[in-house]
Design a protein around this ligand. Structure first.
Ligand code: HEC
Ligand code: HEC
Length: 483
């Protein structure tokens, strides 16, 4: 006990009392002990409160709590689409969606390639599906999931607005766009002239605008449901069990007007996809987390942080992960088109022909932008919701699991020899699924693609595992599976 230092302290008692020095010291120690205990208790209570209600904490504390508990410190209320009973038109569309009698083979419906049990994507790992009258015609691309298309805008080429809602002068932008080498979008630096990027639309190349426009495509596509003409489709519709519903909904004359019949049928298929909640359930663990109802594991949270990190994985640069300001849940796509230069898939029969190239926006399956070669190699950024359930990835189905996809993002530039085949002379054939004159269209500006040959890759093995763990939180049916 050091007396001299004790006496240096001011007396804790109000002036006037005359306690002896020993008593004063004792009661002072007691008070100190009590207040220390009080502070400790308050801290414990505060911590417990912070763990239970992380959303009520100030941001700095929230971030610590997020790291400790995996809870979202800033929960939001998500504006999901209304859950109403299907309209009569949508119910009709549902019957069409599952009707195999509308195909030339008599055995294929929309659901054959867009399986409801597989987020309306393929139920197998084939790179492309077989169709046609005898189910022996191979397609060119894997069927995308039909989920989360309800907000898809028609195809357009316009400024990359990111998430700003600022109105833009379209004429001015169109003139600026002319002559731009590539519609480069970077999450980091705003370009001098806003980049003009293809966006919206359906199919991997955006060639259909609406679900109604789109639906006739597979019905008359020779490698899909393979009807020779739309009139064939109309004839088959007239022979269905549900033909009376067309009369009830659209009037009795519809059966004598094939083109109107088809157009109403396609409208109905579109309504089914828009109205049925299974196409946009928003019932993933991540949705629960956004609303403060679920906690992410350490790996999932770390994965999310990397996913959003503009200098690291930067997945959210294109696969948007934040709800909109008014609470619309994120769709994990910015609905824009990008050329990533994924390797050629030799398993696609059409690729046996070395002069065949699927170049997306500039053709060969869409014809209007053939001259706009700055868009060659660009494909629609797909949603990553339910992607963990898919067995084929990218527009040519070249990969079969998320680890392969991650290796592509990580190693495409830093170690291309691990991604692409070599030619006869042993040279790595980078971007081998795009003619050499369009290689400049491939995105080398956005992370993780900004790394150079031989650089340290953007992600290590643990990072990759954690991002995959996070992507698994995007699968619908989280609560269903928990119970
Ligand atoms: C033989 C398999 C097959 C059948 C049958 C089929 N589809 Fe598809 N579907 C595909 C493929 C492949 C694509 C992608 C084609 C492309 O991008 O060029 C696709 C794309 C789509 C898309 C665009 C999705 C997106 O993300 O842009 C919609 C919508 C769609 N199909 C709806 C339907 C409907 C409705 C039917 C029934 C009338 C149907 N499909 C029948 C294989 C099929
Ligand atoms: C520059 C924009 C961009 C960035 C950054 C980006 N993606 Fe993509 N992503 C795309 C585009 C475009 C496609 C489709 C490309 C194609 O098929 O040719 C795609 C496809 C995918 C697919 C395949 C989905 C399917 O249905 O086939 C997965 C999985 C994926 N991305 C995950 C990621 C992850 C994980 C990251 C971060 C490491 C990431 N993406 C970063 C644009 C991007």
């Amino acid at each position: 006990m050091n007396h001299s230092s004790d006496t240096a302290l001011p007396s804790p008692l109000p002036a006037g009392g005359e306690p002896g020095p020993v008593i004063a010291r004792r009661s002072r120690r007691k008070r100190l002990a009590w207040s220390a205990a009080g502070i400790a208790l308050a801290f414990v209570v505060y911590c417990a409160y912070a763990l239970v209600y992380p959303e009520r904490m100030p941001p700095a504390v929230g971030a610590i709590v997020e790291d400790l508990t995996g809870a979202n410190p800033h929960p939001v209320h998500l504006l999901r689409p209304q859950n109403a009973p299907l309209s009569a038109v949508a119910l009709l569309g549902k019957q069409i969606f599952f009707d195999t009698s509308l195909s030339a083979s008599g055995t294929q419906s929309c659901a054959s390639c867009h399986s409801p049990q597989h987020s309306y994507g393929p139920d197998n790992a084939f790179p492309v599906q077989l169709g046609g009258a005898h189910l022996n015609q191979a397609g060119y691309r894997p069927p995308p999931s039909l989920t989360y298309l309800y907000r898809q805008a028609p195809f357009s080429i316009g400024p990359d607005q990111g998430d700003t809602d600022a109105p833009v002068d379209m004429t001015q932008l169109a003139s600026q766009a002319a002559g731009m080498q590539r519609a480069q979008k970077t999450a980091l630096a705003a370009p001098a002239a806003p980049a003009m990027v293809p966006q919206g639309g359906l199919f991997w190349d955006g060639r259909a605008d609406t679900l109604q426009d789109q639906a006739l495509g597979p019905l008359t596509n020779p490698v899909e449901m393979a009807n020779a003409t739309p009139e064939d489709v109309a004839r088959k519709l007239l022979q269905t069990r549900y033909v009376d519903q067309f009369r009830q909904l659209f009037g009795p004359t519809i059966v004598g007007n094939p083109s109107l019949l088809i157009s109403e049928a396609m409208f109905a298929v579109g309504r089914y996809q828009i109205e049925d909640p299974s196409f946009h359930a928003f019932s993933s663990k991540y949705d629960d987390w956004l609303e403060g109802k679920a906690r992410l594991t350490r790996a999932e949270l770390h994965g999310l942080q990397l996913f959003n990190d503009k200098d690291k994985a930067n997945c959210a640069g294109c696969h948007l992960s934040q709800p909109s300001k008014d609470g619309l849940p994120p769709l994990f796509t910015d609905t824009q088109y990008e050329a990533l230069g994924v390797p050629r898939n030799p398993a696609i029969p059409a690729n046996k022909n070395p002069t065949f190239f699927d170049m997306g926006v500039c053709g060969p399956f869409r014809h209007d932008l053939v001259q706009q070669t700055q868009y060659c190699g660009m494909f629609l950024t797909p949603t990553l919701r339910n992607a963990a359930q898919r067995k084929v990835f990218f527009h040519n189905g070249v990969y079969h699991d998320l680890k392969q996809v991650m290796d592509f993002y990580n190693l495409r530039n830093t170690a291309p020899e691990k991604i692409y085949p070599r030619d006869a002379a042993g040279k790595v054939r980078k971007y081998d699924d795009l003619p050499a004159q369009y290689h400049a269209n491939v995105d080398v500006g956005d992370a993780p693609f900004d790394r150079k040959f031989g650089d340290q890759p953007a992600m290590n093995d643990q990072d990759i595992q954690d991002i995959i763990a996070f992507m698994k939180t995007l699968s619908d049916g989280y609560q269903d599976g928990k119970s």
